[in-house]
Design a protein around this ligand. Structure first.
Ligand code: A3P
Ligand code: MG
Ligand code: MG
Length: 380
């Protein structure tokens, strides 16, 4: 009932149009009851170290330290001398998640399906960030996306492909934007400690290879999902609830001085923040508001569960239900169209703003993304 417009009506079989090979992204189509989204459960985690090496543990976890009432963090500090930037030319695709799956296969086995040909009890495996892009699609007017999908042993793997436009933008990034990308990571360094009983060390190096990632399982209507996402830090109180409820997302944003700026913050920033944290069940976002020179002048906590209240008074604003229903219908569309179970076949789903989602099929192409070591391990 929640995705009625995708299904053919049984009462009027001759009037139903042929199944469309495209999917609408128009908001009005997705205005209906909020779909079932089960409370995400953390099934594991992994860490990537300063050299982007994988570890099947929480060694890169960081702990949130409440700042003083009126901080003045200088986000520009260390940009030239103490910044190690991850190489964006290296496309990791789903590799870290696949490594995690291989290392944790025994604890993932479902009680019912213990046979070797059905090793994973999930419909979809992907990154949280790819799902965030899907959630915000009905409201996105600037950047399109490309999502490669492979069906292998009954599970659909979704891995993003950089668009030509995104690649050009990345290669022609203005110096100011490069520096502002650093600011977000520098803020994390001011706010986080490496252990429960230490304090942040702003004199250290900011290395964006380092990451702590949670792996969660959940269900969106009839879609069983396994996805991973980077987590900035956790509540250091030992009495805090278990993950993901103790996790916290850190963000920076320009200081809000005018009603127009407040409205834009609600309409565009809070949409991205909500989508990113709602998916893995991270309940709080801590925002550092900065001036034009990159000094954080205030820090404010947003409860994800209250964001829909915060934006209620905005005219023509985004709606969580539209985001979730679009994502749900996209996953149904993928399930219906990506039917050939073959690790070297890629269904490339493509979307540009103001258009429908379309797809093309590619065999043994540059788009194939499941590595041989994974195929061997799972087929074994
Ligand atoms: P802000 O979030 O303060 O903007 P995340 O918030 O997801 O943990 O990401 C940490 C930082 O990475 C961001 O800080 C931002 O500086 C940078 N970043 C993440 N995604 C980005 C993107 N798509 N474009 C530019 N910078 C990005
Ligand atoms: Mg992060
Ligand atoms: Mg963050």
């Amino acid at each position: 009932p929640s995705n009625h417009h995708l299904h053919q009506s049984s009462s009027t079989p001759r009037q139903t149009p042929p199944r469309s090979q495209t999917l609408s992204t128009r908001r009005e189509v997705y205005e209906r009851d909020f779909p079932l989204y089960k409370q995400p459960v953390e099934v594991g985690c992994f860490s990537l170290d300063s050299q982007r090496r994988f570890f099947n543990d929480s060694r890169q976890m960081r702990y949130y330290v409440e700042p003083e009432r009126s901080p003045s963090f200088d986000l520009r500090d260390g940009y030239r001398e103490r910044y190690v930037k991850r190489d964006e030319n290296v496309k990791e695709k789903l590799d870290h998640i696949l490594r995690w799956i291989v290392a944790n296969r025994s604890k993932l086995k479902s009680k019912l399906t213990t046979n070797a040909s059905c090793p994973l009890d999930f419909d979809f495996v992907t990154w949280r960030g790819h799902l965030t892009k899907l959630l915000t699609t009905p409201y996105e007017t600037r950047e399109g996306w490309l999502l490669a999908v492979t069906r292998f042993n009954g599970t659909l793997y979704i891995s993003e492909v950089e668009t030509e436009a995104a690649c050009r933008e990345r290669e022609n990034r203005p110096e100011r934007n490069k520096e502002m990308m650093y600011w977000g990571y520098k803020f994390e360094q001011y706010m986080c400690a490496d252990s429960t009983n230490s304090t942040p060390d702003p004199s250290g190096v900011v290395n964006t290879n380092e990451a702590f990632c949670t792996v969660v399982q959940t269900r969106l209507t009839d879609h069983k999902l396994l996805f991973s996402g980077e987590v900035d830090c956790r509540d250091r109180d030992p009495g805090a609830p278990p993950p993901p409820a103790c996790y916290m997302e850190l963000k920076t944003s320009a200081e809000i001085c005018t009603p127009k700026q407040r409205s834009n913050f609600h309409r565009f920033k809070l949409l991205k923040w909500w989508a990113q944290s709602f998916l893995p069940g991270v309940p709080r976002v801590v925002a550092g508001f900065r001036d034009h020179d990159g000094t954080v002048v205030s820090v404010e906590t947003f409860q994800i569960s209250k964001i829909s209240q915060v934006i209620k008074n905005e005219y023509n604003c985004w709606k969580p239900t539209v985001c979730m229903n679009f994502c749900c219908d996209f996953l149904s569309f993928v399930k219906r169209e990506a039917t050939e179970d073959n690790p070297s076949v890629v269904y490339l789903f493509s979307w540009e703003p103001h258009n429908d989602v379309t797809y093309s099929v590619h065999r043994d192409s540059r788009y194939s993304f499941l590595p041989d070591w994974y195929i061997k391990e799972i087929t074994r």
